[in-house]
Design a protein around this ligand. Structure first.
Ligand code: ADP
Ligand code: MG
Length: 244
C-alpha cells in the first residue's frame, strides 16, 4: 500500500499565489478526480508535486509513504514513485521513444534494464494501447498527434509503474476509441500498487477510470469533495454553485 499526503500545500509563481492550503490524501487503490475551471491551479498542483522548479512552495509538505519529497529534485521524486503525465507532453528530437523509456526505467530501478526483456515488455504494452508499430523507433513525441502523445504518456506509466500517478488532462484530444483504450489501461493499474490523481474537465473519462473521490478546485483551493454526484452537478450547472 502507498500513500501520498498533501498537507497545507501553498505554491506561488512569479509573486502570484496559485495554490492555497491544499489538503489531499491519496492512497493506492484510489482515484481522486480534480475538476475545476481553467486557470484554477490544477496543473500547478501536479507540477509542483512533481518538482517543476518554476513553482515556489510557500507552505506545507508532501509526503510519499511518510517521506517528505519536497526536498528532492525531480528525478529523485520519480525514483521514489511519483509520475506526472503532462497536459502538453514535450517533444524530444534525437532521442527515440524506446531509448527514452528504457533510460527512464533504468534510472528508476537503479540498474541497466535488459534490452531484450525491455523490448518485449514495451511492445506488449504498446499493443495493449493499440499504438502504431513504428512507435519505438520514432523520436519521443515528435510528430505524434495529440492522441498519440497521450497514449504515449500512458505507455510510460505502464512501463514505469509508479506508486502515485498524476494524470493531467490525459483525456484531452482523444476520440472515443482512444478514450476507452487510455481509460481502461489506466484503470487496470489502479490497485494496491498504485493510486491516481486525475485532472480532467470531462466526465467521459470517468466512465473508464472510476473515481473514489471527486474534488472541486476553485482559485487554488479544494472547495468541495464528494463522489459522482459532484460530476452531475458540474455537468448541469457548471461551477457556479461552487464559487462562494
Ligand atoms: P489549470 O491547470 O487549473 O487550468 P494552471 O495551474 O495551469 O491552471 O494555472 C494556474 C494559474 O497559474 C493561472 O492563473 C496561470 O495563468 C498561472 N500560471 C501557470 N503557469 C504559469 C507560468 N509559467 N507563468 C506565470 N503564470 C503561470
Ligand atoms: Mg491545466
Amino acid at each position: 500500500m502507498h500513500k501520498l499526503e498533501i498537507k497545507n500545500f501553498s505554491v506561488k509563481i512569479e509573486d502570484k499565489q496559485i495554490l492555497k492550503n491544499v489538503n489531499l490524501t491519496i492512497n493506492s487503490g484510489e482515484v481522486h478526480a480534480i475538476m475545476g475551471p481553467n486557470g484554477t491551479g490544477k496543473s500547478t498542483l501536479a507540477s509542483a508535486i512533481m518538482g517543476n522548479p518554476i513553482y515556489e512552495v510557500t507552505s506545507g509538505e508532501v509526503l510519499l509513504d511518510g517521506v517528505n519529497i519536497l526536498e528532492m529534485p525531480v528525478d529523485e521524486r520519480a525514483r521514489a514513485g511519483l509520475f506526472l503525465a503532462m497536459q502538453n507532453p514535450i517533444e524530444v528530437p534525437g532521442v527515440t521513444n524506446s531509448t527514452f523509456m528504457r533510460e527512464a526505467l533504468s534510472a528508476k530501478e537503479g540498474k541497466r534494464v535488459n534490452l531484450l526483456e525491455f523490448a518485449m515488455d514495451y511492445e506488449k504494452k504498446a499493443t495493449e494501447l493499440e499504438m502504431r508499430e513504428d512507435l519505438p523507433h520514432r523520436y519521443l513525441n515528435q510528430g505524434f498527434s495529440g492522441g498519440e502523445k497521450k497514449r504515449n504518456e500512458v505507455l510510460q506509466l505502464k512501463v514505469l509503474k509508479p506508486k502515485i500517478a498524476m494524470l493531467d488532462e490525459i483525456d484531452s484530444g482523444l476520440d472515443v476509441d482512444a478514450l476507452r483504450i487510455v481509460g481502461t489501461n489506466v484503470n487496470d493499474m489502479v490497485g494496491p500498487e498504485m493510486g491516481v490523481l486525475l485532472i480532467t474537465h470531462y466526465q467521459r473519462i470517468l466512465e473508464y477510470i472510476k473515481p473514489t473521490f471527486v474534488h472541486v478546485m476553485i482559485g487554488g483551493t479544494i472547495v468541495k469533495t464528494g463522489g459522482m454526484e459532484i460530476i452531475h452537478e458540474i455537468e448541469e450547472n457548471g461551477y457556479v454553485n461552487f464559487i462562494g
